[in-house]
Design a protein around this ligand. Structure first.
Ligand SMILES: [Zn+2]
Length: 143
């Protein structure tokens, strides 16, 4: 299966889901989704805007990109890392997001990791302390 095929599958699933939620797809929403789908890690709104400009030859306003990201956040299909030190937020489709990521407070670099054992271990530790936790993703900051 080519990457393009899997995007088509993702897009048709997404379209079904947002229709069920009572929303419509729009040309610009689809572009933001596509940029997120084809990014290899967490990216911020400016990087998304740039990617859309370079790869799809569409010049979107940053405010529109941000508005669409807020929408994607609301319908719960993106994972977000907020980096207060950088006054920045980075986004990744939940479809692709790993179990966790390391975030550098100094430069804002986000390094994703895929490790289901990590989440299981945390749940195990929590259980010992009589906590039931519902962790899907963990963000670890360092400087
Ligand atoms: Zn750094």
């Amino acid at each position: 299966m080519s990457a393009k095929d899997s995007y088509e599958i993702f897009l048709s699933e997404y379209k079904k889901n947002i229709k069920r939620l009572g929303f419509n797809t729009t040309y610009h929403r689809d572009l933001v989704l596509k940029a997120l789908f084809y990014s290899s890690s967490y990216i911020n709104a400016k990087q998304i805007k740039e990617k859309i400009k370079v790869e799809y030859r569409v010049d979107m306003r940053l405010s529109l990109v941000l508005k669409i990201l807020l929408f994607l956040e609301k319908i719960n299909i993106v994972s977000i890392v907020a980096i207060p030190e950088q006054k920045d937020k980075k986004y990744r489709l939940l479809h692709h997001a790993g179990e966790g990521c390391f975030v550098c407070k100094r430069c804002g670099r986000v390094e994703e990791f895929h490790d289901k054992n990590f989440v299981l271990l945390l749940q195990e530790i929590a259980k010992k302390h009589a906590f039931k936790i519902d962790i899907k993703r963990i963000v670890i900051f360092f400087k």
